[in-house]
Design a protein around this ligand. Structure first.
Ligand SMILES: C[S@@+](CC[C@H](N)C(=O)[O-])C[C@H]1O[C@@H](n2cnc3c(N)ncnc32)[C@H](O)[C@@H]1O
Length: 460
């Protein structure tokens, strides 16, 4: 693990790939990211709202495909490249472009999160299932913990053709079994309370339920004794049982009946949360926390994520922080935090929100420069992309002969005009061919290769 090369409460304005590439490895405890969802929409804050001026695009086309990134992913992560190719094949080129954009960033997050850290990716069903495969390829399937359904809003209106979609998905990964997990609780369902806590104590009026005191393990001689005329293997020692009885916490409803433990409703922490989060409403128009920032998430949602997967003092990182909801929630829960957003509005809004929602003056740092890693010695973090990477991206992983997709390692560099015929080493004269097409071409021209492939019925 390394020390962070930034200070607590730093908010960057910039493209997160540039900032993350300068952040030290293994330096944050929890990553929460709420990136564009590939929703095929562009977002802008309403004029007159606090966030007016904030806008971001969430439409992806092949023009967004950075060829160097594509090549880099293909070379460094062949399994991931195959997932992306499959997604592009079934969903289309824009999904491929979107997943490449996400992959290069997720690879950086994997490097930045500590070995015992966690990551939550917030998405929806547009790309969620492709993102799950992408995350599995990057973080490892064994690191996957939960897909959490957050019901953003009850479905509105009468849907006649489709079931209305009313939830987002949060994919939770833990870097190891030692990652922090603090169980969170929600109030019991009223129906459950009515059925389970059906006794009311005379005098105090406290609701309680009766719980089993019998030990499921029959082979416990030291816990086997007679109590109130009933012989059983009990969960407690005789001494503890007698003390609880004296305090009125053990009840025998009739002579000869098995004694039970009294459990009060007001001492229950509630129901441990599961993966269906139905109790957190979206940010309402009239809500105090509303900034008007497009796709703003509720503070309560971020508080739950942060409380579950970090401890006070830990570092929370949100690389797509929008109007800084995760930063405000982290501050509220006494965590350290760092955020990045490409929109300059984020830096403005974090200041306003910390003041308004927590009554505190922001003393953090707003940066626009990419940090310099201090955990690398003299090594530059990344070299310039190689010709092979650039060509792989430009050809979208397809051989320029048979037009079939191949993993990066199966591609060979070919001189379009062979060097024996005066061709140069300039990238304009280079292409990637699969091994079979390269040997078919030999020292021939590209036209000769295509003619041979057509004659063999491999190409139209
Ligand atoms: C879904 S919103 C995040 C909303 C945020 N969770 C909140 O509660 O306000 C996605 C954010 O990603 C930002 N974004 C998109 N591409 C980015 C990039 N390359 N680097 C940094 N931020 C980016 C957008 O400006 C937008 O604010």
């Amino acid at each position: 693990m390394s020390e962070p090369n930034w200070t607590n409460q730093t908010l960057w304005t910039g493209d997160n790939i540039d900032v993350m590439r300068g952040m030290n490895s293994e330096s944050v405890d929890l990553v929460y990211l709420d990136p564009p969802f590939n929703s095929n929409r562009d977002y802008a804050a309403p004029i007159g709202s606090e966030a007016a001026g904030a806008a971001f695009k969430d439409t992806w086309t092949l023009d967004d495909l950075d060829v160097a990134w594509h090549g880099e992913v293909a070379e460094r992560e062949p399994a991931l490249a195959s997932v992306i190719e499959a997604a592009g094949f079934s969903h289309g080129g824009p999904m491929r472009a979107y997943l490449i954009m996400m992959s290069v960033r997720l690879l950086e997050m994997k490097r930045i999160v500590k070995p015992n850290g966690s990551i939550y990716l917030h998405c929806d069903s547009t790309a969620g299932h492709y993102l799950k495969m992408t995350m599995d390829a990057i973080f490892g399937q064994a690191q996957f913990r939960n897909d959490i359904i957050w019901r953003r809003q009850p479905a509105k209106g009468l849907a006649t053709r489709n079931m209305p979609t009313d939830h987002d998905l949060l994919l939770r990964y833990a870097m190891s079994d030692r990652a922090t997990y603090n169980t969170q609780y929600v109030p019991h369902d009223p129906e459950y309370v009515r059925k389970s806590y059906r006794h009311v104590e005379e005098g105090s009026g406290r609701r309680y339920r009766l719980d089993n005191l019998v030990n499921p393990n029959k082979n416990r001689p030291n816990l086997t004794y007679e109590f109130l005329g009933v012989s059983r293997v009990w969960r407690w020692t005789r001494e503890r049982m007698e003390q609880a009885y004296e305090r009125g916490l053990v009840v025998q409803t009739a002579p000869g009946r098995v004694p039970q433990q009294k459990r009060y409703l007001d001492e229950s922490r509630g129901r441990p949360i599961d993966t269906l989060w139905y109790d957190i409403p979206p940010v309402q128009g009239s809500s105090k926390e509303r900034t008007g920032y497009p796709t703003q998430k509720p503070l309560a949602l971020l508080e739950r994520v942060i409380a579950a997967s970090s401890n006070p003092g830990d570092i929370v990182f949100d690389p797509f922080c929008g109007c800084a909801t995760a930063c405000v929630a982290a501050e509220k829960l006494e965590r350290q935090w760092v955020g990045i957003d490409i929109s300059p509005k984020a830096a403005e809004l974090v200041r306003t929100r910390l003041q308004r929602e927590l009554g505190m003056f922001y003393t953090g740092v707003h940066r626009t420069d990419a940090p310099q890693r201090t955990d690398l010695g003299d090594l530059p973090p990344y070299g310039a992309p190689s010709n092979r990477q650039l060509l792989y991206g430009a050809q979208e992983g397809r051989c320029n002969g048979c037009l079939t997709w191949f993993p990066f390692r199966n591609m060979t560099i070919d001189h379009i005009v062979p060097r024996s015929r005066g061709g140069t080493d300039h990238i304009d004269n280079l292409q990637l061919l699969c091994g079979a097409c390269n040997s078919t071409k030999g020292t021939g021209t590209q036209e000769e290769l295509i003619a041979r492939l057509q004659a063999q019925g491999i190409r139209n």
